[in-house]
Design a protein around this ligand. Structure first.
Ligand code: LMR
Length: 398
């Protein structure tokens, strides 16, 4: 039977991670996967996480099952973090949350849930979108289509084409929108565009699915959630998938959440039953280590303040490098306009260079980025930014 399997291409992002690890060049630079690195090129465990883990060891008194929705305290915290503590959907008991194995787990649960609600649903994603979105939704049996988003020429949004595409999407379909720090382009909707998006969602009746993997990496925790909070106030139903991989640095603990907003508290009971039965059919119950760490942090004013500081440090470092890249490129005599990098948000931007140039950066300089020219900015630091700028200048000259 296994001999009938066909070869499958390795995931473009995770494959790059493995290739980087194997490269013996001491000058190698990793701009691939979306994992935060500090000035030393290290992905350290946050101090607030270390303290919360110590609390967990001290207080944990049982390893019994948690139930399909996972840790109730985590679920309450994550809802407040995303929607804001006094959001109308929370006060009206319209939200059902299950904590999941990572943001990817949240997306997969959401996909299976959508399939139950409407087996014929198409899910619409931005052009381009996170490399794993399309295959993940297809694996769950959903049809996937794309709507216009990033403009490779202007390095901004294809605003009018995007809204024209959204105007054509019918009720019964789902539209995925990135809450902030668009992966892979770094180009986000502004608040006015969120308002337009919301008006179209209401008029057309499609269901928004907001993917929030980077809350706190753009402008701040509340600022990054402003668009989705507005949307949730206005639409009768939506889904939110969130992740604690990046903002709590809990990548390998696999902790995320799926929150479904129903149109009223009665409907919410049916939503909950379906969501939990989807979970039961995939992994039964989520692992709790990451969830309890997050709960301990958010239960404590002191640890929350420490977390806010550590998150701001990560965000500010990335933002300062956005300008530094432009300055270093100018210093190397690059005349091409890279000013867009400073207008974008979060971990990523596209450099906008071609495949041959990306390949040369990798083969001649051991500089790794995704084949779309997406760079994960925190891979740069004071020890490697000049090397990087010189290498880019070299390949741009041809
Ligand atoms: C990325 O886009 O690099 C991250 O979200 C990691 C991943 O799983 O792809």
């Amino acid at each position: 039977m296994f001999s009938q399997l066909k070869p499958v291409a390795i995931d473009p992002i995770l494959g790059l991670m493995a290739a980087y690890r194997e490269d013996p060049n001491p000058l190698k630079v990793d701009l691939g996967v979306g994992v935060y690195k500090d000035e030393q090129g290290h992905t350290a465990v946050l101090k607030c996480v270390k303290e919360a883990e110590a609390l967990r060891l001290k207080h944990e008194d049982s390893k019994t099952y948690v139930g399909m929705a996972g840790d109730p305290s985590f679920n309450t915290h994550i809802e407040k973090l995303a929607f804001g503590a006094t959001h109308t959907v929370l006060l009206a008991n319209r939200v059902v949350t299950a904590h999941t194995p990572g943001g990817t787990g949240a997306l997969r649960v959401a996909a299976e849930f959508i399939k139950r609600a409407n087996p014929d649903a198409t899910i619409w994603v931005t052009t381009p979108t996170w490399a794993n979105h399309i295959s993940l939704f297809q694996a769950a049996g959903l049809k996937v289509k794309e709507y216009a988003y990033y403009d490779y020429d202007t390095k901004g949004l294809q605003v009018e084409q995007m809204f024209a595409d959204l105007e054509q999407i019918p009720a019964g379909d789902v539209v995925l929108v990135h809450a902030c720090c668009h992966n892979p382009s770094g180009m986000d909707l502004n608040f006015e565009q969120w308002q337009r998006f919301t008006a179209i969602a209401k008029e057309r009746g499609f269901t928004p699915l907001v993917d929030m993997a980077y809350q706190g990496f753009g402008a701040g925790l509340d600022e990054d959630a402003a668009g989705l909070r507005y949307l949730a106030e206005q639409v009768p139903e939506m889904i939110l998938c969130s992740s604690c991989s990046k903002n709590f640095g809990l990548y390998r603990e696999r902790i995320g959440a799926v929150s479904v907003v129903g149109s009223n508290s009665k409907e919410t009971d049916v939503v909950r039953a379906n969501l939990l039965s989807v979970v039961r059919g995939i992994y039964s119950m989520p692992p709790t280590h990451g969830a309890i760490i997050v709960s301990h942090i958010l239960d404590s004013a002191e640890l929350t303040a420490l977390w806010h500081d550590e998150l701001a440090e990560m965000r500010n470092r990335i933002n300062s490098y956005r300008q530094l890249i432009i300055d270093k490129f100018t210093a190397e005599g690059i005349t091409q306009d890279f000013s867009f990098i400073a207008r974008q948000h979060g971990m990523f931007s596209f450099l906008g260079i071609n495949k041959a140039q990306i390949e040369r950066l990798r083969s001649e300089f051991s500089i790794y980025m995704v084949g779309s020219s997406r760079v994960s900015i925190s891979g740069l630091n004071h020890a490697n930014i000049d090397y990087f700028a010189k290498a880019v200048a070299t390949v741009l000259k041809g």
